[in-house]
Ligand binder design. Structure first.
Ligand SMILES: *Cc1c(COP(=O)(O)O)cnc(C)c1O
Length: 416
């Protein structure tokens, strides 16, 4: 019996299992693959489970920090032992209420996406009486050739269009309470391979150096983003990046010669690579039916707890590990219990013989699982989440949503 089956027997299905040793190994592995001195932020949106977040934290000598984007992620980061000073707060729509809450909790670094965003950060900092620093997120040209700041990216709610920054700088500098302290790029997610990751970083470093120079920015911190990959809902291992350290150093040395001395400090971000391979979703088979020649395997969990994106019409490349069952015996669709034809985890995929009562395991489901799903849709309870370290269960929890009467808690005009 596999560990997942054993846990499913104890705690029922659907069940998320998180291997905290794998989170720690992925975090240490990525820190090792990066040049010495390059910092790493864990993007909590990939998985905000408190034990998972905590497992990204300790790495002797070199600690991971937290990239957060909401009051909920702030609470999760603090709960996991990060301090406010460890956090980089990002996102294009930060409200005054959340900004003040974050600053009160000690957050001093914000990534900003627009003039209004910088103004709001400044106003919140003044209101809290604590000056803060911001990175200017740059919307550059993904992978395109650039010279200096002449570039054309695609329109986006994220970041400042690079070509507009020279004109905006005087205005941004005038905002009291917040000091521009560097640049933030995030042009790539889940890079195809190490070469494309390196090419993107090279491009970003070049652009950042040119922009920093042209804008006369004090480039204290340069966040060059991420793109570190992980398999999602299919078997496979987390990729290794044996050439990254050397290639990134080779990109940084000529363009930002002070980086080894921390001028600028350089940072990367990762969500899925640190946690994706650490999670598995164990689902129970509630029924098997055939309809007009097609086989349907009906699970006790679907897009309410995994792959919410498939509910938006983007199907995952899902595969199952049929723990205990035999090899694939034909095609079928793996569907969830929700009353919508969109609740499909895998359409006409290879499946083993399955019967009610069997369990299937969706591997590599540690990132963008539960909290990236349609959790409240159709009102099913969330799966139990089990965190395991050294083969021992360290927590067994369930995320609950409940309605609260907030008439007396919400200020007039809404929770701004
Ligand atoms: C989502 C996000 C990440 C994490 O992306 P992964 O592909 O999971 O590594 C990092 N930084 C920013 C700004 C993001 O929005």
């Amino acid at each position: 019996m596999t560990r997942e089956q054993d846990l499913a027997e104890r705690f029922g299905t659907p069940l998320y299992v998180y291997d905290l040793d794998e989170v720690a190994a992925a975090t240490a592995g990525l820190l090792d693959a990066l040049p010495e001195g390059v910092e790493l932020f864990y993007a909590l949106k990939a998985n905000p489970h408190p034990d998972v977040v905590r497992a990204t934290r300790p790495a002797p000598g070199r600690r991971c920090r937290a990239e957060i984007s909401s009051a909920g992620e702030l609470a999760a980061a603090l709960d996991a032992g990060f301090t406010g000073a460890d956090c980089l707060y990002t996102g294009p729509g930060k409200t005054m209420a959340e900004l003040r809450l974050a600053i009160a909790a000690g957050v001093r670094l914000f990534s900003t996406d627009s003039v209004d965003d910088v103004r709001n950060v400044g106003a919140a900092a003044r209101a809290e009486g604590a000056p803060v620093r911001c990175l200017l997120r740059v919307n550059g040209a993904p992978g395109g050739a650039t010279t200096g700041i002449r570039m054309t990216g695609t329109p986006s709610q994220f970041g400042f269009d690079a070509e507009t920054l020279p004109d905006l700088m005087p205005e941004l500098r005038r905002v009291d309470g917040v000091e521009p302290a560097g640049l933030h790029f995030f042009p790539l997610s889940n890079a195809r391979d190490e070469d494309s990751l390196i090419a993107e970083f090279r491009q970003t470093v070049e652009t950042a150096a040119a922009l920093g120079r042209d804008l006369g920015l004090p480039l204290d911190l340069l966040d060059i983003g991420g793109g570190f990959a992980a398999p999602y809902a299919v078997p496979g291992e987390r990729p290794r990046y044996p050439n990254l350290r050397r290639e990134l150093e080779a990109a940084l040395d000529p363009h930002l010669p002070g980086w080894r001395a921390g001028r600028p400090r350089v940072a990367c971000e990762s969500g899925r690579h640190l946690v994706g391979t650490a999670g598995a979703l164990v689902a129970g088979v509630t029924g098997v039916k055939s309809s007009r020649g097609r086989r349907y395997v009906i699970l006790d969990v679907g897009i309410n707890a995994f792959g919410g994106m498939s509910g938006l019409g983007r199907l995952l490349p899902v595969a199952v590990r049929p723990d205990g069952a035999g090899p694939a015996t034909g095609r079928g669709s793996l569907v969830g219990p929700l009353c919508t034809p969109g609740d499909v985890l895998g359409r006409e995929i290879e499946l083993p013989d399955l019967a009610p009562g069997d369990t299937v395991v969706i591997p590599n489901a540690g990132a963008y699982g539960l909290t990236a799903s349609l959790l409240a849709f159709l009102g099913r309870p969330a799966p139990v989440e089990v965190a395991v370290r050294g083969g021992r269960v360290v927590s067994v929890t369930r995320l609950e949503h409940r309605r609260a009467d907030v008439r007396d808690a919400v200020p007039a005009g809404g929770p701004r």
